[in-house]
Design a protein around this ligand. Structure first.
Ligand code: NAI
Ligand code: NA
Length: 395
């Protein structure tokens, strides 16, 4: 069985390989320092990328019971289902082997009904209070509780931005363009990827009185080096992230009553389903990977999230470290001047013929495949997967 990729989107996945990938993340946290942190955690956007890594770090590195919310498809008449679906099932298996509670809501995170269902579960079966909410949703659409459907647009402000990027499907370098967004598209992108829905979660949870004293909440964000600002920070996604950063301060004020705190966490750029989708950006990731691996600074989702929980959010002396804007900076290694200077040197050498060797294209591809359970050692990929077996084993 082979991975099928269209454009930069994976079209299939391999459950056995996904289990290996989860076990690899579990093995990492189990051997890198115990987190003395939250015991009851809600992860919104839990099935892949940063959300899944957060959940694994907290459960297997800190013994937390977890609730996950995600939007995924299981195996059935319409196909073999999404990687995130299997990640949830496999995470649950491993968690229950450890005697940990792992509950999943496969539901729309933007819906008040989902929020209410989660609250009911917390009150009836999860001990009544939670210590941490991780908000890690990446989505292109949001159905607002008032019935409006918002779409996000990946675009820039001002003039169109063109640059070299690559396509995973053809493994070719192509010129990619981010078009300017209209004011409306900008506002809509902020509605989808800004902080409003995060705040709605925390407000509803707080009103239901399910937040423990000293409660914390984090949402993930990106800023990146100046070289990427035209396409990210100063574009539509950046506007949404700026809104998210302001929302962190609003939620933080809201939580004073229970001595709680809210933080936006600036993460490093890495390979996920969501980041592969952004034009031009993956090429930067390959250059960054090359440099960070050479300098032995490379981190994937699990290393980032384990370090976040261990050193930043739940440090031994209890003091959360932030920058002057109250942001938690997990992009400290990425933004080191020596790293960015080296990336810039590589960028000047990139051509359509050499981009695979100038940047760490092989490493990018390996991580992308791993997200979908491919390329894992010890997995037999020779047989096609049978849908009936998948339904029986993973539904
Ligand atoms: P991902 O695509 O791996 O994960 C997104 C998660 O959101 C999945 O669990 C998915 O099921 C869930 N989701 C999407 N729509 C949903 C809906 N309507 N209802 C419920 N769940 C839904 O993405 P990734 O990269 O882990 O992104 C998470 C956050 O991290 C995003 O805010 C992203 O901007 C941020 N981030 C990502 C970086 C990267 O390089 N990948 C860098 C810095 C921040
Ligand atoms: Na996530």
């Amino acid at each position: 069985m082979k991975p099928i990729i269209q454009g930069n989107v994976a079209k299939n996945c391999h459950p056995e390989g996904l289990l290996k990938a989860i076990d690899k993340q579990i093995a990492y946290v189990e051997s890198h320092g115990e987190i003395y942190g939250p015991k009851k955690v809600l992860v919104i956007g839990a099935s892949s990328g940063y959300g899944l890594a957060s959940r694994i770090a907290l459960a297997f590195g800190g013994g937390a019971d977890t609730i996950g919310v995600s939007f995924e498809k299981g195996p059935g008449e319409k196909g073999a289902g999404s990687a995130g679906w299997y990640n949830n099932v496999l995470f649950q298996r491993r968690a229950s082997e450890k005697g940990l509670i792992a509950k999943d809501f496969i539901a729309d995170a933007f819906s008040d009904t989902t929020r209410q269902n989660v609250i009911d579960f917390i009150q009836q079966e999860f001990g009544g209070k939670i210590d941490l909410v991780v908000y890690s949703v990446a989505s292109g659409i949001r159905l607002h509780p008032d019935g409006t459907r918002y779409h996000s647009t990946l675009g820039v402000r001002g003039q169109a931005f063109s640059g070299p990027g690559f396509e995973l499907e053809s493994q070719r370098m192509v010129e990619q363009t981010l078009e300017p967004v209209t004011e409306q598209q900008l506002a809509d992108t902020v509605k989808v990827m800004g902080g409003e829905d995060w705040q709605r979660w925390i407000t509803m949870l707080e009103q239901a009185d399910v937040l423990a004293a000293g409660f914390k909440t984090v949402a993930y964000s990106y800023i990146g080096p100046e070289s990427t600002w035209p396409l990210y920070k100063e574009g539509s996604l950046g506007a949404a992230k700026a809104h998210l950063h302001n929302t962190a301060d609003e939620i933080n004020a809201q939580l004073q009553r229970i001595s709680g705190n809210a933080y936006a966490v600036i993460c490093k750029a890495l390979v996920t389903k969501a980041s592969a989708f952004i034009p031009v950006f993956p090429l930067y990731i390959t250059l960054l990977y090359k440099v960070m691996k050479q300098k032995r600074l490379h981190e994937t989702c699990i290393e980032q999230m384990h370090r976040l929980m261990l050193d930043h959010l739940y440090p031994p002396l209890g003091k959360v470290t932030t920058d002057a804007q109250r942001l938690i900076r997990m992009d400290d290694y990425e933004l080191r001047p020596d790293v960015q200077n080296a990336v810039e040197l590589l960028r000047r050498q990139v051509t359509a013929d050499n981009f695979m060797v100038i940047g760490d294209f092989a490493g990018y591809l390996q991580e992308f495949h791993e997200l979908n359970g491919f390329g894992m050692a010890g997995v037999d990929y020779s047989d096609e997967l049978d849908i009936h077996t998948l339904v029986k084993e993973y539904s």
